[in-house]
Design a protein around this ligand. Sequence first.
Ligand code: SAM
Length: 234
Amino acid sequence: MSHDHDDASKPEYMRRIRSFVLREGRMTPAQQRAFDDHWARFGIDYAGTPQDFGERFGRTAPLVLEIGFGNGEALAWASEHDLERNFIGVEVHGPGVGRLMNALAARDARNVRLYKHDAVEVLEHEIPEGSLAEARIWFPDPWHKKRHNKRRIIQPEFVALLASRMAPNGLLHLATDWQPYAEHMLDVMEAAPAWRNAIGAGQYAEKPDWRIETHFERRGLKLGHGVWDLLYRT
Ligand SMILES: C[S@@+](CC[C@H](N)C(=O)[O-])C[C@H]1O[C@@H](n2cnc3c(N)ncnc32)[C@H](O)[C@@H]1O
């Protein structure tokens, strides 16, 4: 039996196959300062209980979740150009979280809160059912090798969990530069009972203008990859 095989005798956190492997690079002094100076304002410490986001933001507004925001350039841009909505970002990579907090602090952003934690656990335990207007997962780790495909975050159980956290008619926006992952996403989403393709069954979407080009997208394009967007509603 492989070490990450399901094993009912182990506690839940040891059984789950995670979508990331943390290879935490050193934080630069600026990134460390970001945690010292800005975490109290932008950060949410994972507690494992459902959050009252209206209270967190001091206002009720449609809630947008971005999972795996990387260095946060897309989230910084989106929150600046969409001031009427509240944004939650979830990322496990500390330097990226620090970098985004510096960008948010520089323009005194009020509509963004961040978790530095596994998004699957955040969804499961902190995001209330029916609370998300939109969820974005842009350029998730493709886990190219066949034996690693099971680490891809887009899986039937995960998209069912996500659907339960969406408000009625909630939007899920996926993007990838890796064609086999795009095909996998399409297969999983078309088969998911709680989701319907917003463009038409089995179709990819044109890139919507609310998604700006990110670091990983630029890297993919340089390597000659295409880009696939997928839009689904609950
Ligand atoms: C390939 S990068 C893409 C980053 C960014 N979206 C972009 O387009 O530049 C994928 C990111 O997802 C994060 N990630 C993967 N699994 C995650 C999880 N379960 N919870 C939170 N973040 C996760 C990784 O740390 C990584 O930064």
